[in-house]
Ligand binder design. Structure first.
Ligand SMILES: [Zn+2]
Length: 98
């Protein structure tokens, strides 16, 4: 089954989908091979981020009960999400540098 996937434009890094011939943000022409490679890379990043979140959740579970009585829950969730986003960006930078 054909499904559109999103990946960052090689030029401007805005997320576009794999069915496009041209980036809608910077108008660069997208080579289908480059698009496929970028989609695979993005899948890899998504998977590693999911794995990272999972292990973080398991490791973090024992701390939740401890912090819950001191830290407002919303603040805790917000900081976890920010940490994940930062982590994903770092991974992406490494993968793109390869
Ligand atoms: Zn672009």
């Amino acid at each position: 089954m054909f499904a559109l996937k999103t990946f960052p434009s090689p030029n401007c890094h805005e997320f576009i989908n794999s069915g496009m011939e041209r980036c809608k943000y910077c108008s660069i022409t997208i080579d289908p091979q480059v698009a496929n490679a970028a989609v695979e890379l993005q899948d890899k990043i998504n998977r590693s981020c999911n794995e990272a979140s999972l292990s973080r959740n398991l490791a973090g579970a024992m701390w939740v009960g401890f912090f819950l009585r001191f830290v407002p829950f919303v603040g805790l969730v917000g900081s976890v999400i920010n940490a994940d986003r930062l982590h994903c960006c770092t991974r992406m930078a490494h993968l793109l540098a390869d």
